[in-house]
Write a new protein. Sequence first.
Length: 465
Amino acid sequence: MSTAAASSDALVFFGATGDLAHKKIFPALQAMAKRGHLNVPVIGVAKAGWNLEQLRARARESVESHGGVDRAAFDKLSSLLRYVDGDYEDPSTFDRLRGALGSAERPLHYLAIPPSLFATVVEQLGRSGCARGGRVVAEKPFGRDLASAQALNRSLLAVFPEPAIFRIDHYLGKEPVQNLLYFRFSNSLFEPIWNRNCIDSVQITMAESLGVEGRGSFYDGVGAVRDVIENHLLQVTACVAMDAPSGGHPETLRDEKARLLEAIAPLDPESVVRGQFRGYRDEPGVAAGSRVETFAAVRLQIDNWRWAGVPFFIRAGKCLPVTCTEVLVQFKRPPCSAFGETVARPNYVRFRLGPDVAIALGVRSKTPGEAMVGQEIELLATQDIRDDMDAYERLLGDAMRGDAALFAREDSVEAEWRIVAPLLVATTAPHEYQPGTWGPAEADRLMDRAGGWHKPEPTPPRRSS
């Protein structure tokens, strides 16, 4: 999807010396330069006492650690780099930024900084004139609850108009999530049956085999609901369940996502099970008596004509048996058996969203022989995404072009916080579960469908070509 908006003529990223810049932004910028998509000044801003050569050295270290240096592309990126060092609360920092922007009239400002600094930086951008004609990209988490998200929106809207605000959720830029949307709306085969008449249930699982990996102090202030359910998994739910956009303009896609999210009622605490893996409280930075969940399973309903009565089961957790994200759309059983068989599992469509990518169709096929009996088989289409565009590269490029299709709009963000709001005030202790299992046994009580929770398989080994 595209828009006729003019492209940004400079890229400013705050937090240039930070972890996000090191892991994601510099590699994305080199990839953009390699494709010929980066031809504007790139200005890093941070309070580190650095100079431009130190920033270039940091950029090289970043790409060496995350994909490797492409000599020509890195030289291009290095020639475009600029650096402004200073405190975000000091007006002179932004006066120097205004000078570094030179003749740029449409800068894109990327806030790769903690959300607590967003309002300060945006206010200074407005005061200094750096925001004039520009756009702003805000990293997640976008608030901690509905009230803080609304306050953050007011801060951004005081300086930037809504069309110039890009709330990034990198999950929406992933190729498999794009493929999910494309599969739904480019194949007429499934649309007539993609509703309550034929679909029994939907399961979405985001599993991680690792724990908090030294990020205990961060995770203990977030938890599974805020970390991935409020944003990533509700956005995937919208991709699975939304109606088709009416046209190619980015806002038509965002309209349908917002409409779908508005149809989801706030989660009933009785339809939620929270868990915490054994040993979590021993992690550095985690409070001794922490009640933060490292696992959450929820059952939600979408109150619209298409999905009324169809349960959506969402599950996310750390220290689970595998690392992967899958969507399982399970169809209703045939009304009766023409051959006297007892069918153990209904038909399904399975979307593997990572780390490998696959779309599978579960059906029954006759077993060779005289008897009319069958077996379950899976028709599988896989995709090699080693050379696909990284999510941050795609989203940075889209933001610079002014294409907001893959970014969250204010109404969607607020709808997501409204949905999870009852969970954010939970006072009960999460159920303990053993690392390497599929979470606490209590989560099974949410699942009243045949077969129970879908358990994704480990990623198969990659075949050599």
